[in-house]
Ligand binder design. Structure first.
Ligand code: ADP
Ligand code: ADP
Length: 229
């Protein structure tokens, strides 16, 4: 089952002098329950694509489908509702509220979601059951990122979009963050797309999508992990 489908999308930034083709014709399908990693050099269009899938940005041309819904046909209000109801985001920087504990940071989201999981359960899932009452300043970077992941999954999103969640972490700490994402993908079947340069993702991901110059250069299937469906 296909969750996302992009049809020949482009994203052009017109900075006056020059036009930057951030995306230059991308056809990508994401399958229900898969964990896909987006690879490629800096500036190859990975973030732009992730932002478009998550409804944070719109393509210049082409269409994006979320199941039977055409994201490119939605107005801003509909796009906001799509993000709120279906998508969890994780970014390089954790954006936790410093004056709130881990539990309270996660609860900020569960307070407004329709069918949230308890903050405690979300924190347990990322291995932070023992850090519920700690504040961000009392936690390591990897722990803070796992709080951010708990916050993203607490509303039980169908989709998790992660833009360099390991970018600010050393390699070993990054692995613990990727393991948390992998566990969520396995346990809940959350369709997940991750931008990371951490090589540990390669064993976990169902597919590796490689970008170059705003295009998909190669899609590699991980034979040791069976694609869902
Ligand atoms: P990646 O995530 O692979 O590093 P990006 O999607 O961030 O690549 O960027 C793709 C290209 O689009 C780059 O050349 C980048 O400089 C350009 N770009 C991204 N966002 C903007 C923007 N808001 N305005 C102008 N150019 C942008
Ligand atoms: P990353 O490489 O971590 O994906 P970038 O440094 O490419 O992030 O982009 C960070 C922010 O700056 C994004 O919001 C992106 O839209 C914007 N940006 C990137 N490149 C440009 C650019 N050439 N001109 C203006 N804004 C840009």
């Amino acid at each position: 089952e296909i969750v996302f489908r992009t049809e020949d999308i482009t994203k052009v930034y017109d900075t006056g002098e020059v036009k930057v083709y951030a995306l230059a014709g991308v056809d990508l399908q994401l399958y229900s329950g898969e964990l896909a990693v987006l690879l490629g050099p800096s500036g190859s269009g990975k973030s732009t694509l992730l932002n478009i899938l998550g409804g944070l940005d719109r393509p210049t041309t082409g269409d994006v489908w979320f199941r039977e819904s055409r994201l490119t046909g939605m107005n801003d209000r509909e796009l906001t509702r799509f993000r709120r109801d279906h998508v969890g985001f994780v970014f390089q920087f954790y954006n936790l509220v410093p004056s709130l504990s881990a539990r309270e940071n996660v609860a900020l989201v569960t307070d407004i979601a329709r069918d949230p999981m308890p903050a405690e359960e979300a924190l347990d899932l990322v291995g932070l059951g023992h850090r519920m009452d700690h504040f961000p300043a009392e936690m390591s970077g990897g722990e803070q990122q796992r709080v951010a992941i708990a916050r993203a999954i607490a509303k039980r999103p169908e989709i998790l979009l992660c833009d360099e969640p390991t970018g600010a972490l050393d390699i070993r700490t990054g692995v613990t963050v990727l393991e948390a994402l992998n566990r969520i993908n396995e346990q809940f079947g959350t369709t997940t797309a991750v931008i990371t340069h951490n090589a540990a993702i390669r064993k976990m991901a169902h597919r590796v999508v490689r970008f170059l110059d705003g295009k998909i250069k190669e899609v590699e299937v991980n034979e040791s992990r069976i694609m869902p469906h």
